[in-house]
Design a protein around this ligand. Structure first.
Ligand code: RFL
Length: 418
């Protein structure tokens, strides 16, 4: 431990040990910049929390460039096919042969986090687990500090030249920003998903997006024996509201298992309710405090962009911090926010497009504002007319994706790119 660390002082305090914080920590460490990671949760929780799985080619290149890709090279699976199912039939897009010809690597986020953590700790990095950042103070000066609370309630304080807020959407970095220092853009898409992890092999060799009058259903491989499923549900549905049998029956129905083959069923080992929301802060900097990952902007999981943006922003921020601290050149820090926001808004735009492709008007399962309904032909007034109109637009969009090569190229470029 350095002198600085025994005094609770360092060059960069990183809040949060997710993909953003740990990529940043590793890159700073590789360049000899002193840093500490403060993480609210315990280590076991951080490295087993299942979330993302689809890594873009660009993300893999970043991790390879910095020697952080050993695990995903050994255990990740290349993936490049998605299948759309609806009342109009099904079709597949092999996006690896479209657009820029790029593929995803399927590698569960918890494995990536475990790899990043192990590399950081074995090369001498320090992570204070069970340490919650309470507030970032004096961010508008060149001596910011962070107040912390340990798991047993003991308070503490760290001081640094810079603070990187990689502590997610509800973290201390966002909370500490004065209201007049940033503008917040927020959109609630009005759609809710039940996110499920099943102890069951994938049911097909593709990501599957099923559009159904009862609501959206999605299928994404994670490993050879774990599969992620999504089921659109009513807003406010508790995670444990549906029995396992009801979940599988509903997935089977919406994915049209009777036509296209049954699902491989298994135990549901994780459930979470996700309200699809998007959120961006501008700028991503307030004095000595920088935001990266979900703290900078939340992208709904409909397009699998969040973890990829987190890695990209962490690399950009690391380069800028190293230039400033090692070479005395702050130009990268000055450009950081604008550079990342350009990527963030592109991802938001695509994610928004995906949400409209997969869900009815107002986000309700069948496009109405009520419960799932089988009545798609009734003449129920202006609201119903608007729903039918949006539903027809959605069908037309899916038809265009099925038949137009230029539309497919556009989709592929944005689906797998960042
Ligand atoms: P993380 O991963 O949330 O890590 C933040 C860390 O900060 C800690 N923390 C604090 N620590 C100290 N003090 C405080 N006050 C703190 N407050 C919080 C937390 O404990 C945590 O360890 O943020 P990061 O690093 O920005 O990474 C973002 C990604 O995790 C996220 O965007 C993705 O998981 C989104 N996402 C997906 N992204 C993809 O790129 N591809 C996917 O396939 C994909 N699938 C998903 C997803 C997100 C999902 N959920 C949870 C909505 C699937 C799902 C279901």
């Amino acid at each position: 431990m350095t002198d600085k660390q025994t005094r609770n002082a360092t060059d960069v305090i990183i809040l949060g040990a997710g993909p953003a914080g740990l990529v940043l920590g590793n890159l700073l460490q590789n360049s000899g910049v002193d840093c500490v990671v403060l993480e609210r949760a315990e280590q076991a929780y951080v490295q087993t929390r299942a979330r993302a799985g689809f890594l873009a080619a660009h993300t893999v290149r970043i991790l390879e460039r910095h020697g952080l890709a050993d695990g995903l090279r050994q255990r990740g699976q290349a993936h490049s096919v998605c299948e759309f199912r609806s009342a109009d039939g099904r079709f597949r897009l092999d996006y690896g042969g479209l657009g820029r010809g790029e593929r995803h690597t399927v590698y569960p986020q918890q494995l990536l986090v475990a790899d990043l953590l192990s590399r950081f700790l074995t090369s001498g990095g320090r992570v204070d687990f069970g340490t919650e950042a309470v507030a970032v103070l004096d961010a508008d000066t060149d001596r910011p500090s962070v107040t912390v609370r340990a798991a047993d309630g003991r308070p503490g304080r760290w001081q640094a030249r810079y603070v990187a807020g990689c502590d997610g959407r509800h973290g201390a970095a966002r909370r500490s920003l004065p209201p007049d220092a940033v503008r917040r853009y927020h959109c609630d898409h009005g759609v809710t998903w039940l996110g499920l992890l099943a102890e069951a092999p994938p049911s097909l060799d593709a990501v599957c997006y099923a559009v159904h009058e009862r609501g959206f259903a999605g299928h994404m491989a994670r490993t050879t024996d774990i599969t992620r499923y999504y089921l659109q549900c009513e807003r406010g549905t508790p995670a444990d509201a549906w029995s396992e049998e009801r979940i599988w029956d509903e997935l089977e129905l919406r994915m049209r298992g009777s036509e296209y083959g049954p699902l491989n069923r298994g135990r549901i080992v994780q459930r979470s309710v996700v309200d699809l929301e998007s959120d961006v802060l501008e700028p991503l900097r307030h004095g000595s405090l920088f935001l990266a990952g979900d703290a900078a902007g939340l992208v709904s999981p409909s397009a699998a962009k969040g973890a990829n943006l987190a890695v990209l922003e962490a690399e950009i921020l690391a380069g800028a911090l190293v230039s400033a601290l090692v070479h005395g050149d702050a130009a990268g820090l000055d450009a950081y926010s604008a550079r990342c926001l350009a990527y963030l808004w592109r991802a938001q735009e695509f994610s928004h497009w995906m949400i409209r492709l997969l869900h009815g008007a107002n986000g309700s399962p069948d496009g109405s504002s009520g419960s799932p309904s089988h009545d798609s032909t009734s003449n129920g007034g202006a609201g119903r007319g608007a729903s039918l109109f949006h539903d027809s637009l959605r069908r037309s969009r899916i038809a265009s994706l099925r038949t137009s090569r230029s539309h497919q190229d556009w989709f592929a470029e944005h689906y797998v790119g960042v």
